[in-house]
Design a protein around this ligand. Structure first.
Ligand code: ATP
Length: 215
């Protein structure tokens, strides 16, 4: 059975925190494919209009070009309108009827999960991987008993993943601890400060400069 992960987000821009998640989870969960899944417009982030989908896609493609297992999905971008995760997950089931699909999110998304449309169905209708993020605690008090029953806490589990677990589980892993945020990268680029360039790959930094983004 193929094992495929989808990592949803705005990726405005993609940074090394996102990339280290992809690179850690591929071996840890023995994934055949890890897809970044850029949102056309993240439905729960309405405070700021994201950079054009073309630019966000291009930066993701550049950042992942040397990793054969890591790719960019255009599933949500092609819709050309806001997509909710619950609808995307239904489509992924149709797209990969034979595969084990994992949906990936960071600790801050997990903390906010109750703001997502049909959040409980989202959590119960797929496998999920919740990754730690510096500065955010991973609590489990905000979800329902049905969701809590499906949590497999892999923190301090030393490489064990989902060998003995059923389908549609929620894995918590601390395999990744990388302190970076797209908001910080944008703010620093906007201020003309270059120090956050260490949080984005060189090809993404060059692209941002060439197309004069985040000024
Ligand atoms: P912003 O700072 O603008 O909120 P972001 O850095 O969180 O952006 P998104 O594209 O919004 O980037 O994030 C996509 C997903 O990646 C979310 O699930 C988020 O929790 C997760 N994520 C982003 N950065 C990290 C990080 N450093 N560690 C763990 N998870 C992260």
């Amino acid at each position: 059975m193929k094992r495929i992960a989808y990592f949803g987000g705005t990726f405005d821009p993609v940074h090394n925190g996102h990339l280290s998640i992809a690179r850690s989870l591929v071996p840890l969960f023995r994934l055949d494919r890890f897809f970044f899944l850029p949102a056309f417009h993240a439905p729960h982030k309405s405070d700021r209009e994201p950079t054009s989908a073309f630019h966000r896609f291009a930066m993701l493609s550049l950042a992942t070009r040397s990793d054969p297992a890591i790719a960019v999905s255009t599933l949500e971008l092609e819709k050309g309108e806001k997509r909710y995760t619950i609808d995307t997950l239904s489509e992924l089931r149709l797209l990969h009827p034979e595969a084990k699909v994992f949906f990936v999110m960071g600790a801050d998304s997990w903390a906010d999960i109750r703001t997502w449309r049909d959040w409980e169905d989202v959590l119960l209708s797929s496998n999920h991987i919740i990754v730690t993020r510096p500065g955010y605690e991973i609590g489990i008090g905000h979800v329902t008993d049905a969701v809590r029953e499906r949590i497999v806490d892999l923190r301090a589990a030393d490489g064990t993943t989902d060998e003995n677990s059923k389908d549609k589980m929620i894995y918590i892993t601390d395999a990744v601890r990388y302190d970076a945020s797209a908001t910080e990268v944008r703010d620093d680029l906007g201020d003309g400060r270059l120090d956050n360039k260490e949080d984005i790959p060189a090809e993404v930094a060059n692209y941002i400069e060439k197309y004069e983004l985040y000024r």
